[in-house]
Design a protein around this ligand. Structure first.
Ligand SMILES: [Ca+2]
Ligand SMILES: [Ca+2]
Ligand SMILES: [Ca+2]
Length: 184
């Protein structure tokens, strides 16, 4: 082996070593998307909104609030949200990223032409099932699921405290904000 070849070999080895060590340091810092998804919750929803919040078009629409209970930013791009009949995929967008301990409102208005935060289905005011899930290698992984009954006009249904299991009907919905302050 001449010295040029040896130099090349050593250089390549060093570069590979550098790449591997970079990867190592990254894996502890950046979040693993699979485990991160466990920190996502369907935190609150409204299925008969008549006087509450309005979407960009000024319409009183129903919505689902997603809560990121982790300390990392999580992108929802590529995840799925469904009701009893339809399935919708979160677009990849800055708008579908939730900051640590943040909330995101998805409009369930069947107006998906209105923007990336609008689903292709509506929530039934008589109740149904909402599921947040991922599909990897054709396997459906349920991240969170909420079954609700008829709630009444302008009420919401959600987690008594953000991200916890106990659910209740709220007289005062808190779209995009913590549910915790709504405890009476
Ligand atoms: Ca709309
Ligand atoms: Ca529906
Ligand atoms: Ca809320």
């Amino acid at each position: 082996m001449n010295s040029n070849n040896l130099f090349l070999k050593i250089s390549i080895s060093l570069i590979l070593l550098l790449i591997i060590s970079c990867d190592d340091s990254n894996s502890t810092e950046t979040s693993n998307p699979k485990s991160d998804l466990d920190y996502l919750f369907i935190n609150e929803l409204q299925a008969d909104n008549e006087t509450g919040i309005t979407d960009e078009s000024g319409n009183f629409e129903d919505w689902i609030e997603i809560f990121n209970s982790s300390d990392s930013t999580i992108s929802l791009g590529g995840l799925y949200l469904s009701d009893n009949n339809d399935e919708w995929v979160f677009p990849f967008s800055d708008s579908t990223v939730i900051p640590p301990n943040g909330f995101l409102i998805i409009w369930t208005d069947k107006d998906d032409i209105e923007g990336v935060l609008h689903t292709n289905f509506k929530l039934s005011k008589s109740g149904e099932k909402v599921t947040l899930y991922s599909i990897e290698n054709n396997i459906k992984n349920i991240i969170d699921e909420v079954i609700f009954d008829s709630l009444g006009t302008d009420k919401s249904y959600g987690r008594v405290t953000d991200g916890n299991t106990e659910m209740k009907v709220f007289d005062k919905p808190s779209p995009g904000q913590s549910n915790n302050s709504q405890i009476e």
